[in-house]
Design a protein around this ligand. Structure first.
Ligand code: ZN
Length: 284
């Protein structure tokens, strides 16, 4: 008959051997998703198993930082543009055992108001967490004019990014998205604003309209067959401003749509109306 100590040793031996003969069942706790919910003014994230997040608001520049100790993240830093007030979501590795989530705000965002509000982190389950934005942040997100409607009905035929230009054959940055649609299709103001410029562009845009929105963001609509607004005119969201065409450097009727923040063209897709911005990381 074995005494207690012997039983214990046998137990350890069994575990030890199990560890040698089979692949150890030690799995990294991965971050699965990181989501901004624009309707409910919160961010949510999920991990494979439970996690104890630490969150804080850091100023200069303002950002919300959430560290997930014990959650590993192997991939390169992922950054997703969101809009003008919440500028981006970022996921990266703080160290070998800690994943860091960052919500970056606009540089001019009023941080004094933020400091007075604690961060409310709530576990929906041990692996699914929700962080409600302070009311000041929520209001700022709602009040920015960077939620655009699709400016034309059609298929996105070319996304934002580097590509071989269809006319010149040279690798260039495609500074907007192309929406393929028949000539004459209405082009609508993506948001309310003022016509900053409208007319003919020799550089390739052909007939174009450029709108300035209340937060300073510019949107540009190129290759139009007809322009229906003039410089200085106020337009409302959804107003007819031009018609799709193939003027300028173009291979067929489409709308080339650009979004510019501080005069730099950014990928318009995150700014087009959507309730959620989701980073899906499960495949990484
Ligand atoms: Zn284009």
């Amino acid at each position: 008959m074995l005494n207690f100590a012997q039983k214990k040793n046998i137990g350890y031996a069994v575990i030890f051997w199990a560890g040698i003969v089979s692949v150890p069942a030690v799995q990294a706790n991965r971050l699965e998703t990181f989501m901004l919910d624009k309707v409910r003014n919160r961010i949510e994230f999920t991990t494979q198993v439970q996690v104890e997040p630490r969150g804080q608001i850091i100023t200069n520049p303002t950002r919300l930082v959430i560290d997930l100790p014990g959650a590993t993240y192997e991939g390169p830093t992922v950054r997703r543009n969101v809009g003008s007030m919440v500028q981006s979501l970022r996921v990266g590795r703080l160290d070998s055992i800690t994943t860091r989530l960052v919500v970056e705000f606009a540089p001019d965002f009023n941080v004094d108001l933020l400091d007075q509000q604690p961060l409310r982190m709530e576990a929906k389950s041990p692996s699914r967490w929700s962080i409600q934005f302070p009311t000041t942040v929520a209001a700022a997100i709602q009040n920015t004019a960077t939620t655009f409607i699709m400016p034309a009905i059609g298929q996105i035929s070319s996304p934002f990014g580097w590509r071989i230009h269809p006319v010149t054959g040279v690798r260039t940055l495609h500074k907007g998205i192309d929406i393929a649609a028949p000539t004459g299709t209405p082009i609508l103001a993506a948001a309310e604003g003022i016509v900053n410029d409208a007319g003919w562009d020799d550089g390739g845009y052909g007939n174009f309209v450029e709108l300035r929105h209340p937060d300073g963001t510019l949107t540009l609509y190129a290759h139009a067959s007809r322009i229906l607004v003039s410089k200085g005119q106020e337009v409302s969201q959804g107003q007819l401003i031009a018609e799709v065409g193939s003027t300028g450097r173009s291979t067929g009727p489409h709308l080339h749509f650009e979004v510019m923040i501080n005069k730099v063209a950014v990928d318009p897709s995150p700014y087009l109306r959507s309730d959620f911005v989701i980073l899906n990381l499960a495949s990484r």
